[in-house]
Structures are given as C-alpha cells and as structure tokens.
Design a protein around this ligand. Structure first.
Ligand SMILES: [Mg+2]
Length: 235
C-alpha cells in the first residue's frame, strides 16, 4: 500500500546512524576496552557487564559518549575490585576522547536528500545524546544550513515528541520522522499520529532494539537507503 505524504509539512531527522556513522564507534570502543580489561574477564563478559552498567547509569548520565566513558571507568574499577591502574583509566579516557574527536562520516546520499527536501519542507533534527557533542557533530557535518531547528532530547518517548511538536506548533499529522531506531524514532511517532520512515543502520545498540510484538501493527515504512525517500517526495 502506498503511503500518502501529502499532509506532511515538517520532516524530522534523527542524527546518529541516520545522518552519520555513530554506533560503529561505540562497538570499536567496546572492543578496545575489552582488550584493556582482558586481564580481568573475557571480552564477551566485559561486553555484557558494560551494557548492564550503561543501563544502570542511564538515568544518572543520560545518553552519549560522556556517560559511556564514565561507565567504562566504573566497570574497570568493579571488575578489578578497585585495583585497576591509573594507566588503564587514562587509556579509557583516551578511548572516549578519540570517540568525541572522530571526524563526521555522513551516510550515503544524506546531503542530496536534505538539499532536495529543504526546498519544500521545514527540516528539523531530533536527537538524543550529549548537548555539546551533538552540537559539535552538527557543526562539523556541514548540514546545519538545511535545518530550521535542532532539538537534543534527553529521551525520545511519546511525551517528548508531543511536547516538541506542540512547542514548534507542528500538527502531528503534518510531521514525518526519519530515523534508524524503531524504538526511538519510529514507534513513538506512529503512536502520536505522526508518520515515520525507518532506515535501519547495520548495527543497533541493544537498548534500542524492539521485539516483533512491540512493533506489531504499527504503520510505518522501511527503506534501505535514505535516498529512497526522494521517490516519495517527487516535486
Ligand atoms: Mg539514531
């Protein structure tokens, strides 16, 4: 069934793994910390424990690299029973700083899509993460000129989107959200009467995955590459 986007006036984009590569760097960092702490545990166990630590710390630190760095350090202290060396802690801090200083690697076709859509639609960014880090990435991406508004949210639940749309005076049925996370970018939007297009990235953080049951019955479109969006918005 063809979806009708004729009502759409504003298009929202997720940033990490929708506009640019992000999750890949977290995977690489997890691998590095696994090697650093291999003296204490197996890489698999370290992965699992790090994930648990991140989830426990989410309400305290929120999303993003800085919370991730603190969780890696806390894990090192816990796994080593408090004996981890300052050298290893310094190396963990370096892993985190490297993540923050990575160049921006735009995903295929991103700029082309934004260029075309920004002629006829208001475009906004709705992202989670550290405010400073997300602002820095947007600045480095060279994409700021295409967007009317940037919103860094601490969570992407229905209520966060409802508040955002209300504040920006956007009617839900005139809003389309595009993103890689079913949990954060797609399902909450469908629930509040907006439209959504899912563009999966090859790797998804465990915390962002949803079960088939959770996604069941939700009305959204899935595409493989962002440029496919232009097929629906031929002006
Ligand atoms: Mg994302």
């Amino acid at each position: 069934m063809e979806v009708d986007y004729s009502n759409i006036k504003v298009i929202g984009f997720d940033a990490d793994d929708t506009l640019w590569v992000n999750e890949t760097y977290f995977r690489e960092a997890e691998e590095s910390v696994g090697q650093l702490l291999s003296h204490y545990e197996t890489p698999n166990k370290i992965d699992q424990e790090l994930f648990k630590m991140e989830i426990v710390n989410l309400p305290t630190y929120g999303y993003g690299v800085k919370g991730f760095i603190l969780s890696m350090i806390e894990l090192a202290i816990t796994l080593s029973n408090g004996t981890v060396s300052n050298t290893i802690i310094s190396k963990i801090l370096d892993i985190g700083k490297d993540m923050i200083n990575k160049p921006i690697e735009l995903l295929d076709g991103v700029e082309d899509v934004l260029k075309v859509l920004s002629k006829d639609y208001k475009l906004i960014v709705a992202t989670k993460g550290d405010l400073l880090d997300q602002e820095r990435k947007l600045e480095k991406s060279g994409l700021l000129k295409y967007f009317h508004h940037i919103e860094v949210l601490s969570e992407k639940h229905e209520s966060n989107y409802t508040q955002l749309l209300k504040r920006l005076e956007i009617k839900p049925d005139s809003f389309l959200m595009i993103g890689n996370s079913l949990k954060s970018d797609i399902l909450p939007l469908v629930k509040i009467g907006a439209q959504a297009i899912h563009v999966p990235f090859h790797t998804t953080w465990q915390h962002e995955t949803v079960t088939k049951k959770e996604a069941n019955g939700s009305d959204y479109k899935t595409i493989e590459c962002l440029t496919e969006i232009l097929d629906f918005f031929n002006s």
